[in-house]
Design a protein around this ligand. Structure first.
Ligand code: FAD
Ligand code: SF4
Length: 518
């Protein structure tokens, strides 16, 4: 008798419904919808429970993936959502924005030959469904501890910490300089990857758990950091990394040269139709200085690759003009931020969008899925090209580039070297610089006794300290300000673990107080 094919062969890997390219470039909606009826269960059933769940280990928060895939297969949506939240305070967001090909799905046993289980899409789908059906985290057994923690930064690190503290009965108040929660989830990642309603819903969920948000408050400007230390038992600092790496090119100050993040933020704010703060002195996301540090910050910096420098971008570029219709746009950089700029420019009506990257495609740091999406939407990729000069007199008129070849010198990634005589000029009206971000420690870090490393990252953990505890015993930190620019899921991990350390510190202090009284 012919043996029945295993399920993972019969049912091929499938992503949820995808909006056709011709439609998706006309709007800002997420490009993936939900699974069709029964399809999510089918996809979850492709997991063979291989016994060596490398996916779990590769997932930075170590999700119990095979266990919740089993629940998803059986249609037990609420139980699956509950299990997902045990390890990940923001599963519907990670399911959308994680570069799964480099994380969980990249190490799925089926990845080689059969197609990995669509872990991220299932994670997103289950939590979306659970929320639609009224599921909410159950905190009915949680008893208030009487402890209060201030969280600086409502990005994924801060939100994750807030979730874990609320579950431990600790009152969490989250401060953010922006008028919405989410950090880069709201103001950096474009809505076609992460709909802003998803973040708004998460805000409602957290508020339902007792988390308080105080938005439009910049610590160090509107409220002193010391005031937090005076009024709260501990502080978690999740302020991100906002110092843009600029291209050190002749002509890079010409109107029409745009740094990536202010470009993306301006577009998101336009879409959110949220008016800029009425306090015109307040650093506003539309403005260029997104560094979070004063331009003359004394934060030490490590060396950058040749040709790059960093700056707190400020100045004259006209970002209110987001109409790219008829313009030729060149995006410099091959990471996820570059892909977001490429795809945003396409939606803003650019006549052409060219992504210039100095290494080859195999060496691109961004998610493969995002490169594929950008290509489908009409982005042209020019690999092995290094920018030399932005051309123009009153504004950008072109970009001079040179071809590169990769040279392996036995020290990490192959180095791009210019090929003599291969210079060419690209047509460009707008050049968007997406070379990444470096830490931007707030000035009050030093005065609060928080140690920084040579690159400006907050130092946490180490001898005599709890994980994610800084040199100040009541201050904890995590996310991009500790790691440098990284991933949402790693910020989520740090917030979760920092909250665990805070709770442990409270327990130790309590035990010490009780032993003195006894
Ligand atoms: P952030 O998200 O930056 O949040 C920090 C918060 O702190 C901000 O809201 C800020 O306003 C607030 N803050 C700072 N200083 C103060 C202060 N003094 N007072 C009050 N508030 C303050 N990662 C992925 O995994 N997938 C992706 O697809 C992806 N795409 C990206 C696209 C772009 C354009 C960018 C820039 C990054 C992307 N990332 C992506 C990276 C990811 O967004 C970050 O790693 C993650 O958001 C870091 O989280 P965080 O909480 O540490 O910091
Ligand atoms: Fe994969 Fe990210 Fe979900 Fe972990 S959190 S299972 S890496 S999508």
């Amino acid at each position: 008798m012919k043996e029945k094919n295993p399920y993972f062969v019969e049912i091929p890997r499938a992503m949820p419904r995808e909006v056709p390219v011709a439609l998706r470039v006309l709007g800002w909606g997420e490009i993936y919808g939900g699974f069709d009826a029964g399809q999510g269960e089918q996809q979850a059933a492709r997991c063979i429970d291989c016994g060596n769940p490398y996916c779990e280990w590769k997932c930075p928060v170590h999700n119990y993936i095979p266990n919740w895939l089993k629940l998803a297969k059986e249609g037990r949506v609420f139980e699956a959502a509950t299990l997902m939240h045990e390890t990940n305070p923001l599963p519907e967001i990670c399911g959308r924005v994680c570069p799964q090909d480099r994380l969980c799905e990249g190490d799925c046993t089926l990845a080689d030959g059969f197609g990995a289980v669509t872990i991220g899409a299932i994670e997103k789908n289950i939590v979306d469904l659970a929320f639609q059906q009224g599921w909410r985290p159950d905190l009915s057994d949680v008893r208030p501890s009487g402890r209060r923690v201030a969280i600086v930064g409502a990005g994924p690190a801060g939100l994750s910490a807030a979730d874990r503290l609320a579950r431990a009965g600790v009152s969490a108040t989250v401060f953010d300089r922006y008028e919405e929660i989410g950090g880069l989830l709201t103001f950096g990642i474009p809505p076609f990857k992460l709909d802003k309603d998803v973040v708004r819903l998460r805000r409602q969920v957290l508020e339902g758990m007792g988390v308080e948000f105080r938005l439009g408050v910049e610590i160090g400007r509107d409220l002193a950091f010391d005031a937090l230390l005076d009024h709260y038992d501990a502080v978690f600092v999740g302020t991100g990394a906002y110092r843009e790496v600029a291209a050190d090119l002749p002509g890079d100050r010409l109107p029409g040269v745009l740094p990536a993040l202010p470009f993306l933020i301006a577009n998101v704010r336009r879409l959110l139709r949220s008016s800029p703060s009425s306090n015109t002195d307040r650093p506003d996301p539309v403005r260029f200085d997104e560094s979070g540090a004063s331009p003359d910050s004394s934060a030490p910096q490590t060396a950058l690759a040749p040709g790059l420098r960093e700056r707190s971008v400020s100045g004259s570029q006209d970002l209110t003009d987001l109409d790219l219709r008829g313009r030729h746009v060149v995006v410099l950089g091959g990471g996820d931020t570059g892909m977001d700029c490429n795809r945003t420019a396409i939606r803003l009506g650019a006549a052409s969008v060219t992504c210039v990257y100095r290494r080859d495609e195999a060496n691109m740091p961004g998610s493969r899925r995002e490169v594929k999406n950008a290509r489908e939407e009409g982005v042209r990729f020019l690999f092995n090209r290094q920018p030399l000069q932005v051309l123009g007199t009153d504004r950008v008129e072109g970009l001079r580039v040179v071809e590169t070849r990769l040279v392996a010198d036995g020290r990490g990634r192959a180095r791009p070297e210019p090929v003599a005589g291969s210079e060419e000029t690209l047509r460009a009206d707008v050049v968007i610089v997406a070379f990444g971000f470096r830490p931007s420690p707030p000035d009050w870090c030093r005065s609060a006794g928080i140690e920084l490393d040579d690159g400006g990252r907050l130092i946490v953990g180490g001898a005599g300290r709890l994980p994610f505890q800084t040199a100040h015993p009541r201050v904890f930190a995590g996310g991009d300000n500790v790691r440098g620019a990284d991933l949402v899921v790693r910020a989520v991990h740090d917030g979760r673990e920092a909250a665990a350390s805070i709770v442990e510190a409270f327990a130790t202090a309590q035990a010490a107080a009780e032993s003195v009284t006894a």
